[in-house]
Design a protein around this ligand. Structure first.
Ligand SMILES: Nc1ncnc2c1ncn2[C@@H]1O[C@H](COP(=O)(O)OP(=O)(O)OP(=O)(O)O)[C@@H](O)[C@H]1O
Ligand SMILES: [Mg+2]
Length: 410
């Protein structure tokens, strides 16, 4: 049976306009009579032109420029689709006739890198993806993404690929980077300002507390005056704590977390912290208990670890409605020790859990309920525990309670 595919070989590839479609001579003489042959040949030609038209329309309407070449950056493309002119301002003819053009239009800051990468790809073959700038005829800059593949066929190389104009995306990225840099600068300024103000507040606050202490020694004070002085003292202490927290955070931010390590019995620390918090638990009829397991001593900064426990306990009491319970449990794990602080409080909604350890973060319920706090306690706890090579986990059920687990190497 005569099948046309047996004796016709067609090559359909992008080549210069005048040779858009070529086909070699038939390999074998056709067995058709001349009339049949002419009709058949005309129909093949029609189909071929149709296919060519479809292909050309597709290639020329894509929002990118396609190219083919011999794979060497110095020789330029042998064919490039018309969109290249819109992207680079240089016509396909200019690209194919001037092998130096790429080197001439590459942005000076990208030139060396791009040509080196292209030469590297030419040696090894395979695909390559580059982003670089070109300088258009009018001096404007265009950012392009150049995705190509180099095919090595014996000692021949062919490159093909496409170029997309990514100027808008790169400009948006650069704008974002600029804004980020500006934000970082503002953030640093804010940190410096907070550290400075906190520092300035520390001395007068210490002085106020000193004078308050002297005043309480006066035995002639009325009950009302004593109550006033106690209120001033309580608020001054609160301010001192906030100032201390702000300075601590500023130190951590500056990478200056200082830990004074020694041998620490965690159970003693927990018992002391629980003891100290009993009055505030009792004020809300909260049952505050400690369940202490057998623990090895650990290395750590006693005062800083006590500060962490104080914050966890004060949080648990603050965020647990009256008549609830707060339980601290210590346990030894292989190579580590753990303290769990478990409350039956309001819980934390799942979407707020990832934000807990950020500076100044306060859950919506804390602010809505006007529960006092600065939002620094957990950020500080995280910095201290991380400084001990430990970690904190949190589990919470909205409305039912929260458990924080602090694990430290033991
Ligand atoms: N046990 C808890 N139950 C419910 N919410 C909690 C609990 N612990 C912390 N949170 C939430 O996490 C937020 C951050 O806690 P963090 O200790 O950092 O700040 P704070 O207690 O509000 O203020 P500060 O500790 O600086 O005085 C709290 O405001 C609260 O919304
Ligand atoms: Mg707190």
């Amino acid at each position: 049976m005569r099948t046309r595919a047996e004796w016709v070989s067609l090559t359909h590839r992008p080549v210069p306009d005048e040779q858009w479609v070529t086909w070699p001579e038939p390999q074998r003489a056709p067995t058709l009579d001349p009339h049949e042959h002419a009709t058949w040949f005309a129909s093949v030609q029609d189909k071929l032109h149709e296919a060519e038209e479809r292909y050309r329309t597709l290639v020329e309407t894509l929002p990118l420029a396609t190219y083919v070449g011999d794979g060497a950056p110095d020789s330029g493309p042998s064919w490039v689709s018309p969109q290249i002119e819109q992207i680079t301002s240089y016509s396909p003819a200019e690209w194919t006739s001037n092998p130096e053009l790429l080197g001439e239009v590459l942005h000076p800051e990208d030139k060396e890198r791009v040509l080196a990468e292209m030469r590297g790809a030419e040696e090894c073959g395979g695909s390559r993806e580059l982003e670089y700038r070109m300088v258009r005829r009018d001096g404007t800059i265009v950012w392009v993404q150049d995705s190509g593949v180099i095919v090595i066929d014996g000692d021949q190389r062919h490159s093909r690929g496409f170029i997309i104009d990514i100027t808008a995306r790169r400009e948006a990225e650069l704008e974002l980077e600029r804004q980020n840099a500006q934000l970082r600068q503002l953030d640093n300024l804010k940190d410096e300002f907070v550290a400075l103000v906190s520092h300035e507040l520390r001395t007068p606050l210490t002085s106020i507390r000193g004078y308050l202490e002297l005043m309480t020694e006066d035995t002639n004070l009325t009950k009302e005056q004593t109550r006033f002085i106690e209120t001033i003292d309580r608020n001054t202490q609160r301010l001192q704590r906030v100032v201390g927290d702000l300075l601590f955070v500023a130190q951590v931010e500056a990478g200056k977390l200082m830990l004074e390590n020694g041998d620490v019995d965690l159970n003693t620390l927990v018992a002391e912290a629980v003891q100290a918090a009993q009055p505030s638990a009792a004020a809300k009829s909260i049952v505050l208990t400690a369940d202490l397991g057998q623990l090895p001593e650990i290395r750590g900064d006693r005062a800083r670890l006590a500060q962490v426990l104080d914050n966890f306990i004060s949080n648990a009491i603050k965020f647990t409605p009256g008549h609830g319970s707060v339980t601290l449990t210590t346990s030894a794990l292989p190579g580590s020790v753990q303290v769990a602080i478990c409350d039956t409080g309001m819980g934390i909604p799942p979407d707020e859990l990832p934000l807990l350890f950020q500076r100044f973060f306060r859950a919506e319920r804390a602010t809505a309920g006007a529960i006092p706090g600065t939002g620094l306690g957990l950020a500080i706890a995280k910095a201290i525990i991380t400084g001990h090579n430990g970690w904190i986990r949190v589990e919470s059920e909205d409305g039912a309670g929260t458990t924080f687990r602090v694990t430290l190497p033991g």
